[in-house]
Design a protein around this ligand. Structure first.
Ligand code: IPD
Ligand code: CA
Length: 269
C-alpha cells in the first residue's frame, strides 16, 4: 500500500471514529454533566469517557494492531526525558473525545472531537469535528484539506499585525509564566488574541483561514495530532517557539502561514 493510500484509509477511519464520538456527545448534550477533576484544573466528564469508548471501539475493530494515545486512558501516556511525549512507531492514533472539556462543563458551545493518525511519529491524517455546528475538517497527506467535503484554499500570506492570533493556556505553572510573556509580546504585534478553549478546533479554524496564528506552549499529542495534516495541507507549518523544526509530541509550538511564523518567531526571540 502506498503512503497516500494508507493516509486515505486512516482518514476514513478517523471520520467514522469522530462521528461515533459525536453521537455520544449529541445524545448526552442536554443531560446534567458529571464532572471529575483528574488533577487540579484538569477536568473530565462522564461524556468524555463514553465518547472515548465509542471512538476506541471503532479504531480497535478496524485496526486491532494499531497503537492508541487517548486522552482519557493514561496507560499509554509516556514522556521522554526532555518533556516530549513518546509517539510509538508504526500507526498511532491520537484521540481526544472532547477537546474543550472546560467549555463543555459549563455549556460554552466551542468543543470538538479530534482524531489523528501518525505513522512512525509523523501525523498523516486527521479529523476535527464540531458536533454543534456540524463542521467536519479533514486533512491527509497528499490530499486537499477539506471542510464538509469542500476543498479549503491555501492559506493567504498576511502580516502579523493584521493576523488574528489564537492561543491556549498551559495548565502547568512554569508553562504559564512563559506563555504570559509570549502573550504580552504577541499582543503588541498582532491584530488581537483569542483563547477559545479548544486547541484542536482553533487549529481547524487556522486551516480554514478564520485564525491567522496559533500558539500553545503545553499541548499534548491528542490535542494537536489531528490538526497537523490539515494545516500542512493548506501550506501552513508548525515550528517550535525558537524557530527550530517541531515534531509531534513536543508540547510547545506555533502554527500558521510560514511568513506569519517568521515574523512571530522574530518578535518572540
Ligand atoms: C485543552 C484545550 C485547551 C488547551 C489545553 C488542552 P481538553 O484540552 O485544548 O484549549 O489550552 O492545553 O488541554 O482538556 O479540553 O481536551
Ligand atoms: Ca479532552
Amino acid at each position: 500500500m502506498s503512503d497516500a493510500q494508507l493516509a486515505s484509509e486512516l482518514l476514513d477511519t478517523a471520520r467514522e471514529t469522530a462521528l461515533a464520538a459525536a453521537d455520544v456527545i449529541h445524545e448526552r448534550y442536554d443531560a446534567p454533566r458529571m464532572v471529575y477533576e483528574k488533577k487540579p484544573g484538569d477536568l473530565v466528564t462522564d461524556t468524555d469517557r463514553l465518547a472515548q469508548d465509542a471512538a476506541l471501539s471503532v479504531i480497535r475493530k478496524r485496526h486491532p494492531g494499531h497503537s492508541i494515545l487517548a486522552e482519557e486512558d493514561s496507560s499509554n501516556h509516556r514522556m521522554n526525558d526532555d518533556g516530549s511525549w513518546i509517539i510509538p512507531d508504526g500507526v498511532t492514533w491520537t484521540v481526544d473525545p472532547i477537546d474543550g472539556t472546560s467549555n463543555f462543563t459549563t455549556g460554552l458551545p466551542f468543543i470538538c472531537v479530534a482524531i489523528g493518525a501518525a505513522v512512525d511519529g509523523k501525523a498523516v491524517a486527521g479529523v476535527i469535528y464540531d458536533p454543534l455546528r456540524d463542521e467536519m475538517f479533514t486533512g491527509a497527506a497528499g490530499q486537499p484539506t477539506q471542510l464538509n467535503g469542500v476543498d479549503l484554499p491555501l492559506l493567504a500570506e498576511r502580516e502579523l499585525r493584521l493576523s488574528l492570533a489564537s492561543m491556549g493556556w498551559a495548565w502547568n505553572s512554569s508553562g504559564s509564566t512563559n506563555l504570559i510573556h509570549a502573550v504580552q509580546v504577541l499582543a503588541r504585534n498582532c491584530l488581537t488574541i483569542r483563547a477559545l478553549g479548544s486547541a484542536a478546533l482553533s487549529m481547524a479554524y487556522l486551516a480554514a483561514g478564520r485564525v491567522g496564528l496559533y500558539m500553545n506552549l503545553g499541548l499534548k499529542p491528542w490535542d494537536v495530532g489531528a490538526a497537523v495534516p490539515m494545516i500542512e495541507g493548506v501550506g501552513g507549518e508548525f515550528r517550535s517557539p525558537d524557530g527550530s523544526p517541531w515534531r509531534l509530541g513536543q508540547p510547545a509550538f506555533l502554527a500558521g502561514h510560514p511568513a506569519t511564523l517568521d515574523e512571530a518567531i522574530r518578535v518572540l526571540s
